[in-house]
Ligand binder design. Structure first.
Ligand SMILES: [Zn+2]
Length: 154
């Protein structure tokens, strides 16, 4: 079912490039951000305390790997399960970033990222979308390292 472009078994600790934000240029990202900023719906998303604490606990590169894993499992198939409803609104930094950047379902990938529906995502597309999510999370998590860490929450 899945192509060999990427390794679905590896989603939990999936490896990402050394710079997980590097698969999109600063200029391309800036242009995407400009388009997203014009959408009231997209631009209202923020990381909540729960997502920020999760990020502080897991660390940036683990979360980047999880972003790629969510994309692989929930968006990469040619016909994703529950397409349009597969991405929760909160609970993981990736979910929030997906809504904020138009990476939540194949309809949004088509509209915002010009990726056609009805076919699997390629490895290069996964790298690029992961980079977009990581950049968005980076921009919305300033000071996350100073958050008090409460192990009981997890
Ligand atoms: Zn969507």
């Amino acid at each position: 079912m899945m192509s060999e472009n990427y390794d679905i078994e590896n989603w939990g600790g999936t490896t990402v490039p050394e710079d997980p934000a590097g698969s999109i240029s600063g200029e391309e990202y800036r242009m995407l951000k400009q388009r997203l900023a014009a959408s009231k719906f997209r631009s209202r998303f923020r990381l909540g305390e729960r997502e920020l604490l999760y990020l502080a606990r897991r660390g940036r590169s683990a979360v980047a790997g999880e972003c790629r894993g969510f994309l692989i499992r929930r968006l990469a198939p040619a016909q994703p399960r529950n397409d349009g409803r597969q991405t929760p609104m909160r609970g993981h930094p990736c979910f929030v970033a997906q809504h904020a950047t138009g990476c939540c379902c194949r309809g949004c990938l088509s509209k915002w990222h010009h990726i056609p529906t009805g076919r699997e995502l390629t490895g290069a597309e996964l790298d690029r979308l992961t980079a977009i999510l990581v950049r968005w999370i980076d921009e919305h998590s300033a000071g996350v390292g100073e958050l008090p860490y409460t192990p009981d929450l997890f």
